[in-house]
Design a protein around this ligand. Structure first.
Ligand code: LMR
Length: 328
């Protein structure tokens, strides 16, 4: 009897010990390559978080849609199958948070400064708050860049888009944008874009150069137009229940790691995109064209009305508040 009790106590102590030592695992899933601004920042967060918590937290980063594609990863986060994501702001509509699609409005941000006025100010904070009823906590905005357009024909004037099948992310604003150019938008997961371009399922697409280059889209797109007609960025999000359940000291350490990873991410985004555009040019496979001032004016004329036509979906007040911040 004595021995049995001693064994029970020992085994309880051992299992408690194993439990106490098991690290908290954060599975961080994303859809882009590791050598993109988002991919590198996810790795930086992993390093900083593991160091700051002395290994009590382990961050497992799964890039390139290895675990989940766009729509699935949001469901996986809500179910708790992964703890952290950084979806592009164009992918929150299906979650029921349509306001994030404001970031997709053509020409809404004249510069990165204008963008930061929004993401780092009250508007950014209130947008992240809108995720909470969905069981999601928003931690930060990460940057990518302004988008280029690509196809297998030159895209200089809005009329060049007529009848083209253009891949878009799941955003109604991007749908409206492509329709305003006379194109037929088609929603596809990011992981499917290369093959869809290669096989002609779609004719063209849009993305910042870093995404285009790292997915080798330039191999199947002969023409890229530097149009800067719209922006692509991210919200870093966590499962709210998981986040709220963390020991407070761990959560504080992770918050700080995220702050530092965000500073790093914003510092590399523009440079990475400039380098990617140069690299695409150097392959000699794709002609890069920058819109003239006159052409830019024509694009703006075709695309600016999208801001107004999307007021019903996104909210007139939010669009004017963003425009006001952006103009500061
Ligand atoms: C996309 O085109 O789906 C990209 O925005 C993916 C990403 O996360 O950058």
């Amino acid at each position: 009897m004595k021995l049995k009790t001693a064994l029970l106590v020992l085994s309880a102590a051992l299992s408690f010990n194993v439990y106490a030592q098991a690290p908290i695992v954060i599975k961080f899933s994303h859809v882009v390559a590791t050598d993109t601004p988002k991919g590198q920042a996810a790795e930086r967060f992993k390093q900083l978080a593991e160091k700051a918590t002395n290994g009590r937290v382990k961050v497992e980063v799964y890039p390139n849609s290895q675990l989940y594609k766009d729509k699935e990863e949001l469901e996986a986060l809500q179910l708790g199958a992964v703890q952290m994501l950084a979806p592009s702001l164009a992918k929150f509509g299906p979650l029921g948070v349509k306001e994030f699609e404001a970031f997709d409005l053509p020409y809404i941000f004249p510069s990165k400064t204008a963008l930061y006025n929004v993401t780092e100010g009250e508007i950014g904070k209130s947008l992240l708050k809108k995720l909470e009823p969905k069981g999601i906590t928003g931690l930060a905005f990460w940057d990518n860049g302004f988008k280029v357009m690509s196809a297998n024909k030159p895209l200089r004037n809005p009329s060049d888009f007529k009848g083209l099948k253009m891949r878009i992310q799941s955003s109604k604003v991007l749908d409206a944008q492509m329709r305003a150019l006379g194109a037929n938008p088609q929603v596809l997961a990011f992981s499917e874009v290369y093959q869809a371009l290669q096989t002609g399922v779609v004719d063209g697409t849009e993305n910042p150069p870093s995404n285009m280059y790292t997915q080798k889209m330039h191999e199947v797109q002969k023409y890229v137009t530097v149009s800067n007609h719209g922006y692509l960025g991210y919200a870093v999000i966590v499962n709210k229940k998981f986040w709220d359940g963390l020991p407070p000291d761990i959560r504080a350490a992770l918050d700080k790691a995220m702050k530092d990873a965000t500073t790093f991410e914003k510092a590399i985004a523009q440079r990475d995109n400039d380098l990617a555009l140069d690299a695409i040019k150097k392959t000699g496979k794709t002609e890069i064209y920058t819109l003239s001032v006159k052409e830019q004016a024509e694009w703006r004329k075709a695309l600016l009305p999208v801001q107004q036509s999307m007021e019903g979906r996104i909210g007139k007040d939010l669009i004017s508040a963003i425009n006001k911040e952006a103009a500061k």
